[in-house]
Design a protein around this ligand. Structure first.
Ligand SMILES: [Zn+2]
Length: 204
């Protein structure tokens, strides 16, 4: 590697980050060495604080420093719609897009037999309890468009069936600006399955 000691260790640690290869890990480590000491002190203390103060919201499972989390305790959110989602990262994407104002329930995993991954049955009983006790008129199951997402969807559906509230699922299909010619089989199949009825405008 050409370097040793803490700098080599730091590069190895950075290389474990998702989406970070050896070259980027090296750039990160060298960048830190060039920063004033207060920068690295701020970074290390923030990481420790994040580890010490962050926990899961007792209602939705979001990562938070206060319980309930800011979303669950926000009086301006639509309390009639609940979005069941796989993880915090997916939830943050929806929040960043500012397209959903309801509440969330984070599953904290997915059903993936090949990876030996499954959802804790306790999460399902919590979800059922929350759906029954809340005043929800719609439960949106927002799992990912993948085989694991499909398996997760059916597992959630099974858990929510007894609740009796209207259940919807995200539509999947061709991305905007995409092309049928280049779409893969799974996307094409999903877009066919999610087709909607076309309403022909009446002639005046
Ligand atoms: Zn919450």
């Amino acid at each position: 590697m050409g370097v040793s000691g803490p700098i080599e260790k730091l590069m190895k640690l950075f290389a474990k980050f998702p989406g970070v290869g050896d070259k980027t890990a090296r750039r990160f480590a060298l960048f830190l060495l060039q920063q004033p000491k207060c920068f690295t002190e701020d970074l290390t203390s923030t990481i420790s604080l994040m580890r010490d103060l962050t926990f899961s919201c007792s209602i939705c499972g979001n990562l938070t420093t206060e319980n309930p989390c800011p979303i669950c305790s926000d009086p301006f959110r639509d309390r009639k719609t609940l979005c069941v989602i796989e993880n915090v990262e997916d939830m943050l994407s929806l929040e960043q897009a500012c397209i959903f104002s309801g509440l969330y329930f984070i599953l904290g995993g997915k059903v993936s037999p090949l990876d030996g991954e499954d959802i804790d049955p306790e999460r399902f009983s919590r979800l059922r309890k929350y759906s029954e006790e809340g005043e929800f008129q719609e439960l949106i199951i927002a799992t990912n468009p993948s085989i694991e997402g499909d398996l997760t969807f059916y597992a959630v559906l099974d858990a929510l069936k007894p609740v009796g509230t209207r259940i919807t699922r995200l539509a999947f299909g061709l991305p905007l600006g995409g092309s049928i010619g280049y779409a893969d089989r799974v996307t094409l199949h999903a877009s066919l399955e999610s087709r909607v009825e076309v309403r022909i405008p009446e002639k005046k």
